[in-house]
Design a protein around this ligand. Structure first.
Ligand code: SF4
Length: 417
């Protein structure tokens, strides 16, 4: 189904030459042992036996349909630069199943020679030898959901693992040679002090990760935490101090903050996530997965509302049983109209501390720089963006502090409130 294009006011000018952005592949695994009370991801507690083989078949059928629907994918002329197996808890699936998914994906799409393949893992699902099995299946990078090293905090977060489970999982990662791994940590936890937030970082550093992702606990609508917020959440001032001290500690340990929540050793930045933040393309396969795909417009579509690229977003059914029941998967497709693209681009690119080069805006939105130049200059004048004369589109420290206010400036005028 293709949604009608939104009315976008005056049509932006058309940029000269279309070029397709790098392509990632996201595969979603929608089950977890139990549901954490803060989580708004598409994850569902496993009730019966995991329909593992059936779900792998469904993923591959879904990918078949996606490839068949796009001429450049069907022609095999776009390489996959990164694969991300996310969830939910992909590590509930055996190495054999993960291998079957990756092998099947490789048969359907050309993978770049240096493709990055990341898998999310929950420390509570890692038995001895498991990571060696995933490495053998083709996984080269792991993102481990540590969240905290405080047993009481983990319990309040509804996590199924202990701090020692995380330590054992990290040992398994090193033993399997998967040294390029990320540890997810959360901060601003109920009852958490700044000292405890720093202790979590020390414990994480002791496990020698290549990257640390440091997320603020947020109360997402529709979650039990949003309905009944923990009464002892730290205040805004305390949270700001936590962030500053943790960032300084990670910097001292050699981890550069390259995105609002991501810190990495040199060369260990997550390429898959970088592609999202640079407004790259990605296929989203699996229950509830969403994707973004660009294409050069057909001559017949070269209307005054068309840019040098067509960009469409895809969305699959969220409920795993319904997703499993439809082959090929039901997909909702919607165009990203030119007027919406400046905001969507900035929403991603301005999260990067180094920003992006100005030419990337034109290449990945299909729009000329003039569509945002006046807004960028105005924000640079207010000290929120770097001077674009330097060739980069980049938020200043002050801009990062007021990122949401800054982004509103890129919304189509008629949708701003
Ligand atoms: S383990 Fe992760 S995906 Fe699963 S419910 Fe908890 S936060 Fe959500």
């Amino acid at each position: 189904m293709t949604a009608p294009r939104a009315s976008s006011g005056a049509a932006p000018p058309i940029a000269a030459s279309p070029a397709l952005p790098p392509l990632g592949l996201y595969l979603h695994f929608p089950w977890c042992v139990s549901k954490c009370p803060y989580c708004d991801f598409n994850s569902h507690a496993v009730r019966d036996a995991l329909p593992e083989a059936d779900y792998v078949d469904a993923l591959l059928a879904d990918l078949d349909a996606e490839v068949a629907n796009d001429a450049t994918l069907a022609a095999g002329s776009r390489e996959v630069v990164s694969v991300f197996l996310g969830g939910g808890t992909p590590s509930l699936f055996t190495p054999g199943s993960i291998g079957r998914v990756l092998e099947g994906a490789r048969r359907r799409l050309p993978f770049a020679a240096d493709v990055e393949i990341t898998m999310e893992a929950n420390p509570g699902t890692i038995e001895r030898g498991r990571f060696a099995g995933y490495a053998g299946a083709g996984v080269g990078r792991v993102s481990l959901g540590a969240q905290s090293f405080d047993a009481a905090a983990l319990q309040r977060l509804g996590r199924i693992h202990s701090p020692d489970d995380t330590r054992r999982a990290a040992e398994e990662l090193h033993a399997a040679g998967l040294v390029n791994f990320n540890l997810d940590l959360m901060y601003a936890l109920p009852g958490q002090s700044t000292a405890q937030a720093l202790h979590d970082v020390e414990c994480a550093l002791a496990l020698a990760p290549a990257q640390v992702s440091h997320y603020n606990l947020t109360l997402e609508p529709g979650t039990p935490f949003a309905a009944r917020p923990p009464p002892d959440l730290p205040g805004d001032d305390e949270v700001e101090v936590m962030l500053a001290l943790v960032a300084a500690r990670l910097a001292a340990a050699g981890f550069r903050r390259y995105e609002v929540s991501a810190y990495a050793r040199a060369g260990r930045e997550c390429r898959h996530n970088l592609n999202y933040w640079r407004f790259g393309d990605y296929l989203g396969i699996g229950a509830g997965a969403h994707g973004k795909l660009s294409a050069a417009p057909a001559a017949a579509d070269a209307s005054r509302d068309a840019a040098a690229l067509q960009i469409r977003r895809t969305l699959r059914l969220r409920e795993p049983r319904r997703y499993l029941g439809q082959r090929p998967a039901a997909v909702t497709v919607s165009d990203v109209p030119p007027a919406q693209r400046p905001f969507e681009f900035m929403l991603n690119a301005l999260r990067l501390l180094d920003g992006v080069e100005i030419g990337l805006y034109e290449r990945h939105t299909g729009l000329p720089w003039e569509t945002v130049a006046p807004t960028v200059s105005g924000l640079a004048g207010r000290g929120l963006l770097a001077d674009p004369a330097g060739g980069r589109l980049q938020a200043t420290d002050r801009g990062l502090q007021f990122l949401n206010d800054l982004l509103i400036e890129f919304l189509p005028a008629e949708t701003r409130t």
